[in-house]
Design a protein around this ligand. Structure first.
Ligand SMILES: Cc1ncc(COP(=O)(O)O)c(C=O)c1O
Length: 368
């Protein structure tokens, strides 16, 4: 039997009754944009992230963009972004008119390397975006200290890390603003696009609320240039159903990760993900490292096992950023990661038997 990299149809089997009931309730209400479901979700997600305010938006990319705008970031400003993340972390900076400045990553955690960030600060730097990549919290104490000593904002891109913790604090509510994505494949995903901004700062939350609604607080009165970026009622109602499974799903992801690690850590050619002390990893991805990565991926594919490369090209080398003038070797750890990482099948419904099959296949391909 083939093993998919990711499969949402399995959870549909046990979610369908509750989801369909929730969808019916929304359809019968006639309320589709924002609504009581969005408000309830905003409160619950904010609490989960240790923040006081949640603002539902159309997707995780808009969440970053609106967070930056709410902090007053725009043309002429620079924002530090890791070079190894999904494109939209940087793209959202560019949409504000500010310039992303790429920093290198720690080769073990794949998260921002603060020493490298420090070298890239200039008088124009206004903020640092940390990404809790693959579900592992970045070193927030270090980032917050660095930001405080230079008067910078910290935005936590928690798209892959809802529920993750850093020294017992949930991610999202540690920095000045946190952003989330509810893209269907995320640990908490809806059935379409969705996102949220979370923050402890009431003023920032209020600005995001205005910006997500065409810059308007009072209907047909527009105080600033905003956009249309609202979470809709259907997605919020679906997310409220899924939220009840959140803890169970994270526990299962962690069990799967522990199984992989137990059986893969003896392979000399392979580096398994490491859990940083004090961090609660939620394993959005289980990403291994291997200098024979492409061969490993092909070998798994020929055995019917899915895998994915997150990410095959660092952001500073993307064509869209050619005008920033970066070249190869500028951010060596990020570049090396793009050549060596491979994410293995990971979703809560994956069975132990399937994990074992993946392990056997990895060993066969690498000859260990
Ligand atoms: C790290 C990271 N940031 C931002 C995003 C953007 O989220 P969305 O796809 O909801 O716009 C994603 C996911 O796609 C992501 O993985």
């Amino acid at each position: 039997m083939d093993i998919p990299f990711f499969d949402l149809t399995r959870q549909w089997q046990y979610l369908q009754d509750d989801v369909l009931a929730a969808v019916r309730e929304v359809l019968e209400s006639g309320q589709f944009i924002l609504s009581e479901w969005v408000t309830e979700l905003e409160q619950k997600i904010a609490a989960l992230c240790g923040a006081e305010h949640g603002v539902g938006v159309a997707n995780g990319s808009d969440a970053i963009f609106l967070a930056l705008r709410a902090l007053g970031i725009g043309p002429g400003d620079e924002v530090i972004v890791p070079a190894f993340t999904f494109f939209s972390t940087a793209e959202s900076v560019s949409r504000t008119g500010a310039t992303p400045i790429f920093a290198d990553i720690d080769p073990v955690t794949y998260n921002l390397d603060c020493a490298d960030v420090e070298k890239r600060l200039t008088p124009r730097t206004q903020a640092i975006i940390v990404v809790h990549l693959f579900g592992l919290a970045a070193d927030m104490y270090e980032v917050m200290d660095l930001a405080a000593s230079h008067g910078l904002f910290v935005i936590e891109d928690g798209a892959q890390a809802i529920g993750a913790r850093y020294r017992n604090q949930p991610v999202g509510g540690i920095g000045h603003v946190g952003t989330l994505s509810f893209f269907p494949t995320k640990n908490l995903g809806c059935y379409g696009d969705g996102g949220m901004v979370v923050t402890r700062d009431a003023d920032v939350a209020e600005r995001v609320r205005i910006l997500r609604c065409h810059g308007s607080k009072k209907k047909h009165h527009h105080s600033v240039m905003g956009i249309n970026s609202r979470l809709d009622a259907l997605q919020a109602a679906i997310l409220l159903v899924k939220l009840q499974y959140q803890e169970r799903w994270i526990n299962r992801r962690r069990e799967i990760a522990a199984l992989y690690t137990e059986h893969l850590s003896g392979i000399t050619k392979l580096q398994v993900p490491r859990e940083t002390p004090g961090c609660y990893h939620v394993y959005h991805q289980y990403t291994v490292r291997c200098d024979r990565r492409d061969e490993l991926q092909l070998g798994l594919k020929s055995r019917g096992i899915g895998s994915n490369i997150y990410y095959p090209l660092a952001l500073h080398l993307q064509e869209a950023y050619a005008d920033l003038g970066y070249t190869e070797e500028d951010l060596p750890h990020a570049e090396q990661a793009t050549r060596e990482v491979l994410s293995l099948p990971m979703f809560p419904e994956l069975t132990d038997e399937e994990v074992h099959q993946v392990v056997v296949a990895v060993r066969e391909v690498l000859g260990e």
